[in-house]
Design a protein around this ligand. Structure first.
Ligand SMILES: [Zn+2]
Ligand SMILES: [Zn+2]
Length: 133
């Protein structure tokens, strides 16, 4: 039991931290991942877009394991990109060697609880079929 004056708040979003691990780092799980992405060179706008993409279910594990993982990421206008765990991506920015929010989304997804292996029966997200109809 924690007395109210003992609540430790996240340095990023000021939400109360509840686990020993987050209290030790000073950041909640989402902000810790955000910090990790900032360190990897993503802008805060890209990280916000990436969080949104993951929350909307726009990242799907396509194939591969470890450093060879490849994901499908849904871009604006419903275009589907292929994004590697290493951050390489076949969107416009990715093809000219720039970091894109798809890479950040994949990094987030891979480290989040949501990534617990979900078997996907579709070669592409269902939204693609709807858009093509
Ligand atoms: Zn936070
Ligand atoms: Zn991209």
């Amino acid at each position: 039991m924690i007395a109210s004056q003992d609540i430790v708040r996240c340095k990023g979003c000021h939400r109360p931290l509840r686990t020993a691990a987050t209290i030790a780092t000073g950041f909640g799980p989402i902000c810790a991942r955000r910090q990790h992405l900032v360190a990897a060179g993503y802008s805060s706008g890209q990280i916000t877009d990436a969080i949104e993409l993951v929350e909307l279910g726009g990242v799907i594990h396509l194939r591969g394991t470890g450093d060879r993982r490849v994901y499908l990421t849904v871009g604006s206008k419903g275009v589907v990109h292929r994004t590697a765990i290493t951050g390489q991506c076949n969107c416009h920015a990715g093809l000219i060697g720039k970091r894109c929010h798809h890479g950040a989304a994949v990094a987030l997804y891979a480290t989040s609880a949501a990534s617990r292996t979900v078997r996907v029966a579709y070669p592409m997200p269902p939204a693609t079929y709807i858009a093509a109809a």
